[in-house]
Design a protein around this ligand. Structure first.
Ligand SMILES: Cc1cc2nc3c(=O)[nH]c(=O)nc-3n(C[C@H](O)[C@H](O)[C@H](O)COP(=O)(O)OP(=O)(O)OC[C@H]3O[C@@H](n4cnc5c(N)ncnc54)[C@H](O)[C@@H]3O)c2cc1C
Length: 428
């Protein structure tokens, strides 16, 4: 018989749905403000796209330019320190493909570092648990129901953070969400993979990859949309190749469309590594080490926020009194599969994200973090990256803690009282 609410209800100040960069940032922000925090994650590990989709670089920690100027600090620094303790370098690395500053990751280190940093900061974590429903009044969420390994479980909270990337908490709370851009167009999905067995004494020859795929694309079952050999680098501590080559358009958010995308990306991964093995020097013994547990989703659902960051905000580097985090990553648009475009952030090289981007329109105690924050279709292509997600997450967690009354009884979070939030600005 199905177990319904098999455990007694529990009660937290702040409940965070989703354990990616946004959710971890939110949990750390809320906990450091004195809140009792529960983080809920549907997979058996934390990290979000970094660990579930082979997205093996943190972007957004630094501004563009010849030198890496830091844009995000706070709880994210705790994560980087934990990664360093596990032997990861974490120094800014300038991508030879885009010239942007990134931090290269190794997913097993990320999983362990996040377990440790949340435990050390007193956050309760439930893995293998999916937020499946809410109980709410007209303007507040009262509790979430989890589809957990031992059945359904109800957890009561004072404030909530939707850090699910796909706005799954807002969706089940009944908020009307936008799919993709105003035109309903979604940025391309990509299947990043890890390739093992390469002869590391042979430098990777991009021109050989390009030539091999010109041939493959004539008759191959999964023509590669990227004409330039894709984005690749070496995974730290392992020497594996991290390779983003397969992009495809997603027409809608149905399970059928995701099934097709997953299956195509998987089959393409096998084909593509075969192409490397047959045609690219140094890859004679290469093998497909891993596709992600899931395909990389750049864009899905946007829940309603009280303010949407705009393209103009970013292009002018707009600073604001109610700014709570910095957006420093260029606008990286993947509207056309295989053809990313970049636009630089203006002003001082970053723009402020105001608190209202993190506040749900229609529910008083729901906040957004990471991919779910309010942004127009263009600005979204910047703020979605993981460094920025840590920062928006931390701000959302702190705001949620204030609202829950656990942060020294500070009470209702309100962007009108911007000074309060300036004091907790998570950027450096
Ligand atoms: C192919 C690709 C390449 C990219 N490259 C980079 C890059 O190099 N660097 C970079 O910084 N960013 C990159 N990005 C963007 C970045 O990965 C995401 O935008 C970022 O991970 C967003 O962080 P998040 O925490 O909001 O969401 P996510 O990382 O998606 O985390 C959301 C978490 O919520 C969980 N979840 C979802 N629904 C539920 C539920 N109902 N209950 C419980 N848990 C739930 C998920 O399992 C997941 O762990 C890339 C994205 C893609 C797709």
């Amino acid at each position: 018989m199905t177990t319904l609410l098999s455990r007694p209800e529990t009660h937290y100040d702040v409940i965070v749905a989703g354990g990616g960069a946004g959710g971890v940032g939110a949990a750390l922000g809320a906990a450091s403000s004195g809140a009792r925090v529960l983080l809920i994650e549907k997979y058996g590990f934390l990290g979000g796209a970094a660990t579930s989709s082979n997205v093996l670089a943190y972007c957004g920690f630094f501004q563009q330019g010849p030198e890496p100027v830091k844009a995000v600090g706070g709880g994210a620094d705790l994560v980087l320190n934990e990664l360093r303790a596990l032997g990861l370098n974490c120094d800014p690395f300038r991508s030879p493909t885009t010239l942007n500053w990134i931090i290269l990751l190794e997913p097993e280190a990320v999983k362990l570092a996040l377990d440790r940093v949340l435990r050390a900061n007193g956050v309760d974590v439930l893995l293998h648990s999916r937020v499946a429903a809410t109980t709410r009044t007209a303007d507040r969420i009262e509790a979430v129901t989890l589809a957990a390994m031992d059945g359904r479980r109800r957890v009561i909270g004072e404030a909530f953070v939707d850090a699910t990337g796909d706005a799954n908490l807002a969706l089940v709370a009944g908020l009307p969400c936008r799919t993709g851009s105003d035109m309903g167009h979604l940025q391309a999905v990509t299947g990043p993979i890890r390739v093992g067995g390469r002869d590391k004494s042979v430098p990777i020859d991009r021109s050989a990859i390009i030539a091999a795929f010109e041939e493959y694309n004539k008759t191959g079952a999964y023509p590669a949309a990227r004409p330039d050999g894709g984005i690749y680098t070496e995974v730290p501590r392992t020497g594996d190749m991290w390779w983003m080559m397969y992009d495809c358009a997603l027409s809608d958010l149905s399970s059928e469309s995701f099934t097709k995308a997953e299956q195509s990306a998987r089959a393409a991964a096998h084909d593509y590594v075969g192409v490397l093995r047959r045609h690219v020097p140094g890859f004679e013994n290469a093998y497909l080490l891993q596709t992600g547990p899931q395909i990389g989703i750049r864009e899905s659902r946007h829940p309603p926020a009280r303010y949407e960051l705009t393209k103009e905000d970013l292009l002018t580097g707009r600073l604001r009194a109610d700014g709570v985090a910095r957006a420093a990553w260029p606008i990286e648009d993947h509207t056309v599969p295989g053809n990313p475009t970049y636009q630089a952030i203006g002003g001082a090289g970053y723009a402020d994200i105001p608190l209202d981007c993190l506040r749900a329109k229609g529910l008083d105690n729901l906040y957004y973090a990471g991919r779910t924050i309010g942004a127009d279709a263009v600005a979204y292509a910047s703020v979605r990256v993981m460094g920025t997600a840590f920062a928006s997450g931390e701000a959302a967690g702190r705001a949620a803690a204030l609202q829950s009354g656990s942060a020294g009884g500070a009470g209702q979070a309100d962007s009108g009282g911007a000074g309060v939030f300036w004091g907790v600005k998570t950027s450096v």
